[in-house]
Design a protein around this ligand. Structure first.
Ligand code: COA
Length: 333
């Protein structure tokens, strides 16, 4: 019997997780998947599944996300967890699931899509599904414990660890007790995000509390920088499934404040013993702070976008130089 398609429901949660394990070879915590699919303040995930004899054999998902396009908030969605069971590949399943999901998203008021495809999904998105590859976003890594990296022989690694410890930024700890007060965070968001023509994932206190919630399973920790008693920058870092650190959020009103927040995140990650801290961003102020804190660039991520409307939105999503991307905008960080 040929496979069929239908919108996913909450009851499909366990089967979709089983398919994820089959396709990607590992499993995320159930709590993480529920947090991502059902607790997002911008809306529950929009997904279509392919079924064969009551078994889910393919799934395509969009995660609703408020975008800040110029001075306008627009409902968008991130494309993620594209998967076709190995026995069903090459039959157009991904393409068909995606088109059906775009329709569902349109009905939910989604106006623009964005994503970071890998080599397998890129051709489908760009050649078959009318996505536009706007350009690439740099990935960054700060090595904290060289001995843990597989490419370095043990004794050399240990001496490099000692050398690396000398390069960890020194200084006081700074405020460090969970998210800053909501009113201060809201003020910082307004100051940092009120720019014309820029396209980015929007921030709100509610969204940030969800994004960095313990339910994500990533043990996120906030660090802040204050200037003249005002909250001037925040960084959020966490620990992903493989034990590596992720520097997920970097936001601040000026260069000195962002430098302090990034240095504090590096220090905090070093203390806990994570081997390396990884992030993604093309935000110029964040990049200067990362370079100062000895991050180096790695293979970049392609940014792809797709418009879902003929309306003129507040910023041109097809113009790569308009985009400001930070790791928190990507579900895997
Ligand atoms: C990527 C994936 C979803 C494609 O599923 P699919 O149902 O076989 O895709 P389709 O049959 O709709 O093919 C769509 C297009 O992508 C191309 N494509 C499919 N798999 C590909 C691969 N591994 N590498 C390069 N191109 C690929 C197809 O050739 C087709 O293009 P064409 O029509 O011009 O030939 C599937 O290979 C998969 O689940 N991979 C593992 C999980 C993964 O990497 N997901 C992406 C995460 S971002």
């Amino acid at each position: 019997m040929p496979w069929t398609m239908r919108p996913a429901t909450a009851d499909d949660h366990d089967q979709i997780r089983n398919l994820f394990r089959e396709v990607f070879g590992y499993q995320r915590a159930d709590e993480h998947d529920r947090w991502l699919s059902f607790e997002n303040p911008d809306g529950q995930s929009i997904a279509t599944v392919a079924e064969d004899r009551a078994q889910i054999v393919g799934c395509y998902t969009l995660l609703p996300t408020m975008l800040r396009l110029g001075k306008q908030n627009v409902l968008g969605a991130q494309s993620l967890d594209t998967m076709t069971h190995p026995d069903y590949r090459g039959q157009g399943m991904f393409t068909k699931l995606a088109i059906q999901t775009f329709e569902l998203a349109g009905e939910r008021g989604v106006k623009a899509l964005y994503g970071y495809p890998n080599e397998a999904s890129y051709p489908g998105f760009v050649r078959r599904l009318n996505w536009d590859h706007t350009g690439d976003i740099p990935r960054w890594t700060r090595v904290l414990k060289p001995s843990v990296l597989r490419t370095i022989p043990r004794p050399i690694g240990w001496s490099l660890d000692a050398a690396a410890s000398l390069l960890v930024p020194k200084g006081d700890e700074g405020a460090f007790e969970g998210p800053p007060p909501p009113s201060k965070l809201a003020q910082l968001i307004t100051k940092c995000f009120d720019q014309p023509d820029i396209c980015r994932v929007a921030r709100s206190v509610e969204w940030m509390n969800w994004r960095f919630s313990p339910a994500s399973g990533r043990r996120y920790e906030w660090v802040t920088a204050e200037m003249d008693g005002e909250l001037a920058a925040v960084a959020v870092w966490g620990i992903r499934e493989d034990g590596h650190g992720v520097l997920t959020e970097i936001m601040g009103m000026d260069q000195p404040a962002v430098n302090i927040a990034v240095a504090r995140a590096v220090r905090a990650a070093y203390r806990v013993g994570v081997p390396a801290l990884h992030t993604v961003t093309n935000e110029p102020v964040a990049i200067r702070a990362l370079k100062r804190a000895r991050f180096f660039t790695r293979k970049p991520l392609p940014l792809i976008v797709r418009s879902m409307t003929h309306e003129n939105l507040g910023g041109n999503i097809h113009n790569h130089s308009a985009w400001r991307v930070v790791a928190a905008d990507i579900d895997t960080y």
